[in-house]
Write a protein that binds this ligand. Structure first.
Ligand code: NAP
Length: 236
């Protein structure tokens, strides 16, 4: 159990891109942060870099495509901290830019759903008991406007779009099920310069993280089951 009263946050895909910046900013906001990553070396390196700046960051290995590794990570967080206040489902893949669903290798759709949708589902499923235990939690699903319903009538990038559409649906369904002061919301970070977004993207990971993190500290009156960009609701 955590010895002090600091809130604990957990970020998936925390070793690079938007996830790394989310870890850093949460630690700067005085959270104890657990950086989750599937690669042991990257995991260690990324957390070490932040620790050298005196930030309260630890790491856990977790592949969101692997249910057992998710289950183990939840056990580790429970043993190490005994609580979880903020959970950010950030890990994601983008494997089918402009590809058509009907001509692409179906394994691309399966892989994308496994990471972007089922990954987030299994993480929520394994970690929510930690939040229910204390009757408090803030869950943020890093989604995309490409998952909005209107995008489904535009051809191309169908695997990624469907995975984020499903993630948005999951956000609403979980919001309808959870009780107590636990809130779940989806957020689009905009087009961000990361390995996924590419170098021409207009937003930095730091700006993206800032636009996401207000959802980590909303009060009891805050939104539940919403979809936002820059603090404003987006049409599903
Ligand atoms: N960049 C954009 O313009 C943009 C726009 C809208 C939404 N988003 C969303 O923002 C989130 C972060 O994107 P990003 O731009 O930071 O992407 P990124 O730079 O490509 O980073 C993706 C992160 O996800 C991790 N990841 C992928 N598959 C994983 C798995 N099976 N298990 C654990 N971790 C896994 C990666 O880990 P490895 O290093 O091990 O691969 C990496 O840490 C994603 O959900 C993405 O869909 C991004």
């Amino acid at each position: 159990m955590s010895q002090d009263n600091k809130k604990v946050a957990f970020v998936t895909g925390g070793n690079r891109g938007i996830g790394y910046e989310l870890v850093k900013q949460l630690a700067l906001k005085d959270f104890k942060v657990i950086l989750a990553s599937r690669d042991p070396n990257m995991c260690h390196e990324a957390a070490q870099k932040l620790k050298e700046s005196d930030l309260d960051v630890s790491f856990v290995m977790m592949d969101v495509d692997d249910k057992e590794s998710i289950r183990q990570a939840a056990i580790t967080v429970n043993e190490r901290y005994g609580r979880l206040d903020v959970l950010i489902n950030n890990a994601g893949v983008y494997l089918d830019e402009y590809k058509r669903l009907l001509t692409m290798d179906p394994s691309i759709l399966e892989k994308t759903m496994a990471t972007n949708f089922f990954g987030a589902y299994h993480v929520i499923h394994s970690f929510i008991p930690l939040m229910e235990k204390q009757g408090y939690g803030r869950i943020i699903n890093v989604s995309s406007e490409l998952g909005a319903m209107r995008e489904m009538s535009v051809q191309g990038t169908g695997a990624y779009k469907l995975s984020k559409l499903a993630l948005n649906g999951l956000t609403q369904l979980v919001a309808a099920e959870i009780k107590g002061d636990i809130k779940i919301n989806a957020v689009c970070p905009g087009w961000v310069s990361s390995d996924m977004g590419g170098p021409s993207a207009p937003r930095t990971p730091k700006q993206a993280a800032e636009s996401i993190l207000w959802l980590a500290s909303i009060g009891t009156e805050g939104p539940n089951g919403g979809f936002f960009r820059d603090g404003k609701p987006i049409d599903w």
